[in-house]
Design a binder for this molecule. Sequence first.
Ligand code: ATP
Length: 351
Amino acid sequence: MTAAGERTRVEVRDCAKTYAGGVRALQPTSLVVEPGEVLALIGPSGCGKTTLLRLIAGLADPDAGGTIRFNTEDVTRKPIETRGVGMVFQHYALFPQMSVEANIGYGLRIRGVAEAERRRRVGELVDLVRLQGLEARRPAELSGGQKQRVALARAVALHPRVLLLDEPLTALDAKLKVALRDELAELLRRLSITAVHVTHDQQEAMAIADRLAVMRAGVIVQTGDAESLYRDPKHAFVAEFLGRVNRLARSDADLRDGVLRIGGEVLACPGPLGSERALLVRPEDIELAAGTDAGARVVRRIFLGERLQLQVATPDQGVLTVDAARDAPWQAGDPVRLRIAPQHLLPASEP
Ligand code: ATP
């Protein structure tokens, strides 16, 4: 482990992973996590997130040719115990017979930290994760959120160089998840430890991480901060994974004329998208205005509290999902016109 304050850069270079039986869970992958940065690995089930995390942890070896460095140190063949990583898992992995205090102080005890120092440090960690008053409880007497805070305190007790979080909030119910998500984001900023966070929940990744690496089928497809990935996805997969999209088709005539037909109207297509066969648009980027009977029509209105979600049937693009403000006037049956600012059209092709 390291002195508090020293920060670690993680560099994964050309790491692939083939499991026994020949499953190539990870294609050759390179990735840098900057000192103190929180990076989320995000993607659908089976895309290789956990495999990449396990390589960084030292729980699995990469195929020949791959290297992993923590700062200048090559840790590729080092076992987990000597890498200085802290881990937090979905199912907490707490010792059920031990109190909160004993769970948090476990690593310190194993390392022979003197009792007075251990008590002081555990006290600090209890304060850090706001578990004051619960020190003597056993894990079975805690809520899911409290258990996860114990797991987090235990993981950072030894000042790990790198903190690895594997779906840490997945086992919690939706409300608690959001509360703990914001708490975890704040805590990670305060700790300023380099962290890699695996999740399949895009909102969790966006809320917690400085940068996201979006994975598909063993490959990192795109990395970037949440806003640039959401606004400027380079792949249709990234656009679809990080939010909701409508897919808009273009005919040969549309391509020739540099336009897009939607709801009976003809929109000019921005130059860079001129040759795209299909385009994407997010529901919140379609604006509605009163229309005529010949065009598009609202077929369903769903009140979601903070907004309306509308299904709009069009003569040329099928049924589209459109978000509108909560107090917008639209009802099922209303004829509407659709407008899309050109900068909100996204390419649907894969580069
Ligand atoms: P999830 O979100 O479901 O946890 P993931 O993105 O973390 O998925 P991995 O657990 O990394 O995905 O798995 C990637 C691929 O490797 C999957 O096809 C999986 O079945 C396979 N795999 C994972 N572990 C092993 C193993 N020990 N032996 C063989 N194949 C494995």
